[in-house]
Design a protein around this ligand. Structure first.
Ligand code: 6GP
Length: 839
């Protein structure tokens, strides 16, 4: 409910001055001023980037009233703030999104045009902050967008990596990694807040002592200290007054010089110490799901979590809160286990530094934290060797032991004599090498645990966190992922957004369920033809982009069949390739065969150390080279690998897609979010019953979804029986031909053995059951090709897909988190007036 104050506040503070005015004239003048006074350039020498910067500052000026107003409204005693802790935030470019959220897209477009420039070119100039790997980081960004749209007080806390996810180039078909220097030309969207710097301790040892009150206490004597400097980026709500904050921490040395070392003549050593500290926020680990137990990674996690918790406590005390009531003012969400060390760190801060007794501290901690799990892959579950953990965080290890001791006591009380269960639940994994299990720490220390799609949440309870479920079933719930329609429809697909708004009004932008009203147009010929035309326009744009990036010419009238996501064996890009080769073989056998012309488009990065994933990229490019240049194919099949898939590129891809490939082995993809973006933009899905595909199909209707493959249950059963891929190879001539071709070098001329590791894996182990699903996939793909021939029917299915994706708005997901987990409510924001500092 809106208050009167909010209604008044909704009246914007609109002084038509250079800093806030929104008229085209004022925007033009502000833009020119910023070019001159901030970039120090004029039109004679300005680069495109200078113009981009000038525009970014023009837009930033126009959001500061909201930002300061939000900070003021949220720093109040009774306000509950959501703190979203995440090692990754994959925000995507800010400029276009901020224009949309401020509702000034059209004025700015005109102002830029009248300045003799092109807004799209300026928008394209922005280098996106690639501070994430994939799904988990992008989800965090969509959630920040929705939190602001719903006016929920929220701060995202993470790391300000100097180098984000690497840029990908393809050389000779192989992935090559290039450092991502995203800060090279400056970042107009962030404001450093060095006055809010905090200290973080590492290493050293602990000492017990008895304090003045006769209490047994522990003090941590650290081996070194790092400081964290916050950099804040505003996150705007859609056409409201809320601008939340993304606060990212940069690691620095407490003193830029070690003067003692310097005075001893060790200049190098002195500077080196500084570099060592700064290493912590230097680079994002480029691994998607599999975890890598590197010391620096643990340092990163602890660093940003400690900074953030100290910040949260400071804010809480600043508004007069009592630590005992922290959970009334703060809901801290752990985005996977990466920030789960926060459980031990909050205990340390409360018990050691704020002298709170253990039981109270544990209650506060549990009531404040909640944990989201994002993967079922066993190899992705984080665990740290005890030795490494203890040397970096000696006090935290003691605290974890104590948490564990009490936790296991509880378990014993509930399940007397069940020692197997104790071992399974323990926060410490025993064995020749002992580990701290971070998912166990997160689960024990949180009051809520959730998976990210219905199926995934069920599997969590059945598998990975089964014992925790049996211990505390009330902690568990499902929160199916969602994506923001502002970025993923309005910004990426403006023509479609326009058609939708023209047909059903623009309420869908804030309430995506309203898309249902499109259903009544599903059979409307006129609407269908506009729908098709927009898709064709988007495909044509992508075609142009493909030509620029790769030199390949593709036919915008062919079926655009797209798989974009991280490259991983469980996501099965190579199953897609097996089908492409199958089609190719059919054409070679019978060049006159009638087939639906298709363009297969791939995009995605492989973890630099993941050999098999890199080989899959090479495979795609090798098959592309053969298929694209074979005259028998006559252009009816094209295979494209588009390098450097990222958010910016995603915005071009989803609107142009007709078929979305969601073909992971059932039970492996926790949710997927690309699947939602595709479907919203009118692509049909070919997919397994995995992750959120299950719910997408439920919503879209099974007749509008191309389903294939084994179910999770069937996968388990097949593996339990003893899976033998060899049987499938022998029993299926078409499959056998494809595998033999790969093995004999048909697609790797001159390097016959190139794909041997892949082939070996497939016929001997095939962990992800490609061969078992091959036939079902091929038949389903053939049905897709058939269906595409009936354009009217296809368009109808496409419209229905968009119309029924309301559930997958991140607004819906965030509402559920607010109600079931965070207990957070909207707070009205009054715009902060600009007051002269000297007034
Ligand atoms: C991903 C999951 O693989 C994906 O299915 C899901 O949609 C996404 O998280 C958001 O929930 N997981 C990761 O990216 C990851 O690093 C540890 O998990």
């Amino acid at each position: 409910k809106k208050t009167a104050a909010a209604a008044a506040a909704a009246e914007p503070v609109q002084i038509e001055d250079d800093r806030t005015g929104l008229s085209v004239e004022t925007l033009k003048r502000a833009f020119a001023d910023n070019l001159f006074y901030i970039q120090g350039k004029n039109a004679d020498i300005a680069t495109l980037n200078d113009y981009y910067m000038a525009l970014a500052y023009t837009v930033r000026d126009r959001l500061l009233h909201r930002w300061l107003g939000t900070i003021k409204a949220q720093l109040k005693p009774k306000v509950k703030v959501v703190y979203y802790l995440s090692a990754e935030f994959l925000m995507g470019p800010h400029l276009g999104n901020n224009l949309i959220n401020l509702g000034i897209y059209d004025q700015v477009r005109q102002a830029i045009q009248e300045s003799g420039l092109n807004l799209d070119e300026l928008i394209a100039q922005e280098e996106e902050p690639g501070l994430g790997n994939g799904g988990l980081g992008r989800l965090a960004a969509c959630y920040l967008d929705s939190l602001a749209a719903l006016e929920i007080p929220a701060i995202g806390y993470g790391l300000r990596y100097e180098f984000g996810i690497f840029d990908q180039e393809i050389r000779d078909g192989w992935q090559v990694e290039i450092t991502d220097k995203w800060l090279r030309y400056g970042n107009p969207w962030e404001i450093a807040r060095p006055e809010a710097t905090v200290e973080v301790k590492l290493g050293g040892h602990t000492e017990a002592f008895v304090d003045g009150a006769g209490r047994y206490r522990v003090r941590w004597i650290p081996g070194r200290t790092i400081v964290g400097v916050p950099y804040d980026t505003p996150v705007l709500g859609f056409k409201n007054n809320t601008a939340n904050t993304l606060r990212l921490w940069k690691a620095e040395a407490p003193e830029s010089f070690d003067f003692q070392a310097f005075n001893l003549g060790d200049y190098y050593g002195a500077v080196n110490a500084k570099m060592y500290s700064e290493n912590i926020s230097k680079v994002l680990y480029p691994n998607d799901e599999p975890m890598q137990g590197r010391e620096l990674r643990l340092e990163q996690q602890f660093f940003f979590v400690s900074c953030s918790l100290q910040d949260i406590i400071r804010r809480h005390l600043y508004v007069g809160g009592k630590l005992e009531n922290l959970d009334k003012n703060a809901a801290i969400q752990l985005n996977d286990t990466h920030p789960s060390i926060g459980i031990a760190e909050l205990m340390r801060l409360l018990v050691d530094e704020h002298n709170v007794d253990w039981d109270t501290a544990w209650q506060i901690t549990q009531d404040t934290f909640a944990y989201t799990n994002h993967t079922l892959l066993p190899e992705a579950l984080e665990r740290w060797p005890l030795s490494l953990f203890g040397s970096l965080l000696p006090r935290h290890l003691e605290i974890i032991f104590e948490i564990n001791r009490r936790f296991l006591q509880e378990v014993s009380a509930k399940f007397p004599g069940d020692t197997g269960r104790l071992a399974r639940l323990s926060l410490i994994q025993e064995g020749p090498e002992k580990f701290v299990r971070m998912a166990h720490l997160a689960s024990a220390g949180s009051h809520a645990i959730n998976g990210v799609a219905a199926l995934h949440s069920e599997l969590l309870k059945r598998d990975v966190l089964r014992d925790f479920y049996e211990l505390s079933p009330e902690k568990f719930s499902n929160k199916t992922n969602g994506v923001t329609p502002r970025r993923w429809i309005m910004l990426s697909n403006p023509e479609l957004a326009f058609l939708i708004s023209e047909s059903i009004g623009d309420g869908w932008i804030k309430n995506l369920g309203e898309l249902r009203e499109l259903e009544r147009f599903a059979n409307d010929k006129e609407f269908q033809s506009r729908w098709r035309q927009i898709k064709l326009n988007n495909k044509t744009n992508l075609t142009e982009y493909i030509r620029k990036r790769t030199g390949l010419v593709v036919d915008p009238h062919s079926l655009f069949d797209i798989q974009v996501k991280r490259i991983h064996e469980y996501k099965r890009q190579h199953l897609n390739v097996l089908y492409i080769i199958t089609l190719y073989n059919r054409l070679k056998q019978n060049p006159e065969l009638e087939i639906t012309p298709r363009t297969f488009i791939f995009g995605g990065k492989a973890a630099p150390g993941y050999f098999m994933a890199k080989l899959i990229i090479k495979l795609i490019n090798s098959v592309a080279a053969v298929v694209n240049s074979d005259p028998d194919v006559r252009g009816r099949l094209k295979v494209v690998f588009l390098p450097d898939y990222n958010v910016t590129f995603g915005q071009r891809v989803y609107p142009a897609a007709e078929l979305s490939e969601q073909i992971s082995t059932a039970g492996k993809e926790a949710s997927g979010t690309g699947n939602m973006k595709f479907s919203m933009n009118g692509a049909l899905t070919i997919g397994t019953l995995d992750g959120a595909n299950v719910e997408i199909r439920e919503e879209a209707g099974e007749e509008n979804f191309f389903l294939f493959g084994l179910t999770t249950e069937e996968v388990y059963a097949l593996k339990a029986r003893g899976y033998n891929p060899w049987d499938y190879y022998n029993g299926n001539p078409a499959l056998r031909q494809v595998i033999d071709q790969l093995a004999s070098g048909v697609f790797s001329p001159g390097e016959a053995h190139l794909f041997e590791p892949l082939v070996d894996h497939l016929i001997h182990r095939d962990e992800y059951l490609l061969l078992a699903d091959y036939q079902s996939y091929v038949e389903c793909q053939d049905r897709v090709g058939e269906a595409y021939r009936d354009q009217e029917h296809w368009t109808r299915m496409s419209i229905l897909n968009s119309a029924r994706m309301g559930k997958f708005s991140s607004d819906r997901a965030i509402r559920e988190y607010c109600e079931d987990i965070w207990g957070a409510v909207a707070v009205d924001v009054a715009l902060e007036e600009y007051v002269q500092a000297t007034a």
